[in-house]
Design a binder for this molecule. Structure first.
Ligand code: SF4
Ligand code: SF4
Length: 346
């Protein structure tokens, strides 16, 4: 089977992008190690503990792999960007988490691709989607899907950066694609627009000039981190209660606004009211975000984020909800709610 056939089958399986990289160690692993060693990964244990070494080589996931088929699935929808939306009493949830959880959708698409390929050739395979220990942007770049930009996202010249990535590791030897040039040029829009200055310069010989410092990133604090966000950064969070899209919203490569054809990625509810989110019980939270990536923040983490956004709104209408949250059993929720009360009353 040749690469052109694989790409044709990938398109039939619903992927806008498909390319092929050789299943060899990712040279970018050295940059990843420096990033972790510099403390820039914060407390994301899955990136810093013994699982990190598995990311050196795709063959950690499938020893007989010879090729990594990388796919991209567009998830942008024709709704405003966070930078175009200004209502401090409503919550902003990151675009990628508006609809159904993408993991299952991508997994099903990649399994479908494997089945269609298996009808033509005999090989072993394994699907990887996001949670697998693989430097997926590094392989996607080598597979020609895009360049790794200053905002650390993979950008495709035609489709932009609103892309979910997935991989099919196969024992087939396929002709690899070539990485495209970096087209960020002298642009610094994402760096300038980041509300918490989380995109920082680094000196990595032969490597990227910019890196994400998770310890300053709103996405890290609102999704991954279980404790309190530093008070010095909180104003930058605005009304962001799960993730942050700013460094992609401002990117000129995302101006063309091509919308996904996947109905599952449409917003279940666009910019819900903070007041309603702050009053959710744990059962209601689970029901509202069933099969949604938002569940990753966990109930207490989400309430903490909502309390922080209420504080940033400075709106007295949130004081009754915050009074309840300030008595919450989770210390991050109660402390953030007390901080929010002070913000509003000061
Ligand atoms: S996700 Fe938000 S906080 Fe993080 S680097 Fe991008 S703009 Fe900055
Ligand atoms: S905003 Fe500019 S520098 Fe940032 S990722 Fe986009 S093109 Fe690159």
């Amino acid at each position: 089977m040749d690469g052109a056939t694989v790409k044709e089958l990938a398109r039939a399986c619903g992927f806008e992008l498909c390319g092929i990289a050789a299943a060899v160690p990712a040279p970018e692993y050295g940059y990843f190690q420096s990033w972790v060693a510099g403390g820039l990964a914060g407390e994301m244990r899955y990136l810093t503990d013994q699982r990190a070494a598995l990311r050196r080589d795709a063959r950690s996931l499938l020893p007989e792999a010879r090729s990594v088929i990388c796919v991209g699935k567009l998830y942008d929808t024709p709704w405003p960007y966070s930078t175009e939306f200004h209502d401090a009493e409503r919550a902003w949830i990151s675009r990628y988490a508006w609809g159904d959880d993408y993991h299952e959708l991508l997994r099903r698409g990649l399994e479908d691709l494997a089945r269609r390929m298996r009808a033509r050739a005999d090989f072993t395979w394994r699907v990887a989607v996001d949670t697998a220990p693989l430097l997926e942007r590094a392989y996607a770049r080598r597979a020609g899907l895009g360049w790794i930009a200053k905002n650390t996202c993979l950008i495709n010249e035609e489709w932009g950066s609103w892309l979910f990535l997935g991989e099919l590791l196969v024992s087939l030897e396929l002709e690899p694609d070539a990485p495209p040039p970096d087209r960020c040029g002298s642009c610094t829009r994402c760096i300038d627009a980041c509300p918490t200055q989380a995109l920082v310069p680094i000196t990595e010989p032969g490597g990227p000039a910019w890196a994400l410092d998770a310890r300053r990133c709103i996405s890290y604090y609102t999704i991954e981190c279980r404790g309190d966000a530093p008070e010095s950064l909180r104003a930058g969070f605005g009304n962001l209660v799960f993730g942050c899209d700013v460094c992609q919203d401002v990117c000129p490569w995302n101006r063309s606004r091509r919308a996904t054809e996947e109905p599952g990625f449409a917003p279940r509810e666009f910019a819900p009211l903070l007041e309603r989110l702050g009053a959710l019980t744990e059962t209601e939270f689970a029901a509202m975000f069933r099969q949604s990536p938002v569940r990753r923040a966990k109930y207490a983490g989400f309430l903490r984020n909502v309390a922080l956004a209420m504080g940033n709104s400075r709106s007295p209408r949130f004081l009754p909800v915050l009074e309840r949250l300030a008595r919450h059993a989770d210390p991050a929720v109660s402390a953030t709610a007390a901080w929010a009360q002070r913000q509003i009353q000061s």
